[in-house]
Ligand binder design. Structure first.
Ligand code: C5P
Length: 318
């Protein structure tokens, strides 16, 4: 049991995303290779003071990305995560959550899902629930398709609607990425709906074949940057480009500026570029920062771990 817990959570990118048929529940069956990168949100969970209005409910404040825009009530996955964990663990959901966001909102980087994962881990430690990551992953799957992956991070294959995770053995190399965030976000359901529309109309390319995934896994295992660049694939990219044609110019600018490859991350509109090494990533980021349409350009390495509890002060220890 702690008086305060701080948790750090990474963003995800999808190195491979194959979108299958739309299911009866509205979700799509998918096969994806998730990859956690070192662009992190930070959440601090504190037991509220006894005279606080927060007794009996989580309260949330947000600084940074999405400040003043994102909901602070149970439409926010961090609040929903705290309420869900409290209910399952049979504890009082009173907690004060302070979120510092660096992951762009509605960017295809699972920023909202990351905050849900971070809140689960932080509240579990704060309330002394003692749940394992595997137990938390069951709750995470109820919060959203990407939430379980963010508990584990690294590189993993996701199946089902993305919530079934199995780790991918990689060669141990650190990959260097440049993350180009767009001026405004894209709503994930709208991008999936656009893919459905394009498929019905016959204008979407066929879903990625298994050989693309096999090549990607070999590239990861053999630490081969050129092969990894050639194997990056996202079935949602044509739908994101259809809704946001300007992303084509961003992708082209990244390649012209020396990226090994570029891809729309998940449902977009963030574009991620693979660079040969740290120096190349830095140079690429500098050049892309002046490209029209990019609100923010950052370098990030991967893979990195999932939610990490950075600092915890025990009650009474000062
Ligand atoms: O699971 P999550 O709430 O993050 O999903 C957000 C939306 O993305 C869903 O409501 C759905 O429209 C779409 N989605 C999908 N198939 C998936 C994952 C997400 O259609 N496998």
């Amino acid at each position: 049991m702690f008086g305060s817990v701080r948790a750090l959570v990474p963003a995800k990118i999808n190195l491979y995303l194959r979108v299958g048929a739309r299911r009866g529940d509205g979700y799509h069956d998918l096969t994806t290779v998730y990859h956690a990168i070192g662009l992190r949100d930070e959440i601090t969970a504190v037991v509220p003071a006894y005279d606080s209005d927060a007794i009996g409910l989580p309260t949330l404040t947000i600084a940074g990305e999405g400040e003043g825009e994102l909901p602070l009530d149970d439409r926010n996955l961090a609040v929903r995560a705290a309420v869900l964990l409290a209910k399952r663990a049979g504890v009082d959901p009173a907690v004060t959550l302070s979120l510092h966001k660096r992951i762009p909102v509605a960017g295809g980087l699972a920023g909202g899902s990351a905050d849900g994962a971070a809140a689960l881990v932080a509240c579990d430690a704060l309330w002394g629930c003692g749940m394992s990551r595997t137990e938390l992953a069951r709750l995470a799957a109820e919060l959203g398709s990407d939430v379980p992956f963010l508990l584990f991070g690294e590189t993993a294959i996701g199946t089902g609607r993305g919530e079934r995770i199995s780790p991918v053995a990689t060669g141990g190399r650190t990959w260097h990425w440049v993350v180009a965030a767009a001026e405004t976000g894209l709503a994930t359901p709208a991008v999936y709906a656009e893919l459905d529309r394009m498929r019905a109309e016959g204008t979407a390319p066929p879903p990625a074949g298994a050989e693309v995934l096999e090549r990607l896994l070999v590239a990861l295992d053999q630490d081969d940057p050129a092969m990894l660049g050639a194997s990056l694939h996202n079935d949602l990219q044509p739908a994101a480009l259809s809704l946001r044609p300007a992303l084509r110019a961003t992708l082209d600018a990244g390649i012209a500026a020396g990226a090994l490859a570029g891809i729309v991350s998940g449902s977009g509109p963030t574009c991620v570029f693979l660079a040969a090494d740290a120096a190349a990533a830095g140079a690429l980021a500098t050049r892309l920062a002046v490209t029209a349409g990019c609100r923010q350009v950052r370098t990030a390495t991967g893979p990195v771990p999932g939610v990490e509890v950075e600092r915890a002060s025990a009650i009474g220890s000062g």
